[in-house]
Design a protein around this ligand. Sequence first.
Ligand code: SF4
Ligand code: SF4
Length: 517
Amino acid sequence: MGREDFDGHVKQVNTERTHAQQAFHLLAKPTGAVCNLDCAYCFFLSKEMLYPGSRFRMADELLERYIRELIDAHVNAPVVEVSWQGGEPTLMGLEFFRRSVELVNQYLQPGQVAEYTIQTNGTRLDEQWAAFFSEHDFLVGISLDGPREIHDVYRVTRGGRGSFDQVMRGLGHLRAGGVRFNVLTTVNAANEHRGREVYRFLRDECAARFVQFIPVIERVSEAGGDGEDPWFSWRDRPLYTQTGELVTNRSVSAEGYGRFLIDVFEEWVRRDVGEVYVQMFDTTLANWVGERAGMCVHCETCGLALALEHNGDVYSCDHFVEPRYRLGNIGEQRLVDLVGSERQKQFGLDKRDTLPRYCRECDLRFACHGGCPKDRFATTPDGESGLNYLCPSFKLFFNHVSQPMRLMSLLLAQNRAPAEIVQLYEKTDVRRGRNAPCPCGSGRKWKLCHGRGGRIPPPAEEALSPADRGRRRAGIDRPRSTDDTSRDERKNLELAEDRPDHPAARSEPPLTRLGER
Ligand code: SF4
Ligand code: SF4
């Protein structure tokens, strides 16, 4: 992605944020929790218990009502986001989605466009699905946890076999069909120590240009007697609710998510800024420049990302599909009324209003905002409840990236591409001794950690998707070098300007030795 592409992307993100302030996101689950896989950490599988006896298929009448209400609720918005999730939504079959596009076209108002997204495990995708997604410009999210030996630890079929090959085959169809896709990777006990390896796999083997990392935190009230998780699948358990102060052994550790992100960041910031979009890094930068963050988890308030079940029930959030958070049913109330209800507003405000004092007084609050309420089951050092389980991770990560985030926000303030930071890192890295400690904080030597291996050779032309071949021909993915930036320009990167008004500037030294933290 070049400078203009990046600027275009930033504009697009900004536009989306502006809309988000008026609009909302609704994740529709046409098959409810039903899925063809049996991922060990998927608490959502247990949600089948909410609807005993159901066929778990959204009826045509309800589909039409949903589409009509969704568009009605976006009467003043030029873009209507139509998002499908599960369970596994492709179990509905292609005809269901063809029909949904037909209905969207029928109800869209003049001047409005629809943006389609779908989150899938990828195992059922073939040429027909890819052609359909490509025709209607779907953005397809694929769930993939890393290379085979990592992915197959938890992401298994009902027969207990790894799903890696099926997912990669589905991804291959998307790439061959030129479909826009992003990868959703969970951070769990099996991959939390392998951030850089996972990231490189996604970037180099999967050609992912949009990546989301989601921490796995499975709450439980009691562990098994031997310290092991007493079950492998949530299908065997009672309904999962956001209760309990322990986590399963599959869950990421309280510091592990932060270390994983740092491991990825130290790779990304040296070569991929502006080329690979990592949702968490974009969100962090947004908070650093004072814009609304893309991830609700790190926004001050939330409540604009709801879930619709296969029977029309609307819940406050995809993570709170449980009886206490059911707002109503679109067969009985208008969707716009459910979304705008006092109850839902309060749900969103509670994210800010229930923060413990420890968070309210935290220097990193502007970037963190206490994380998602579902994970606030830890206790602060002074004994108050409601601290996020991932607080140690947030502190590690946000402190670690504070200097580069400041630098990128200053570049943006000068109307320059944040990607210029890559040259600064190169400049610092060439002066670093091979045996010096790696700046990622792993304790390993630079030469054995992020300084290892240098550049990864670009993939062969024939291994690229048509879209990536186009990018390469356009010179978008050429390797960078310090020659790309003139010496004078590099001098200008000694950014003397500062923004003392911003909370991030309060306790930081001037940015003169970037990368040497
Ligand atoms: S509860 Fe968590 S996931 Fe749900 S909208 Fe709020 S911050 Fe987002
Ligand atoms: S870093 Fe920890 S203390 Fe600070 S706002 Fe986040 S969760 Fe709260």
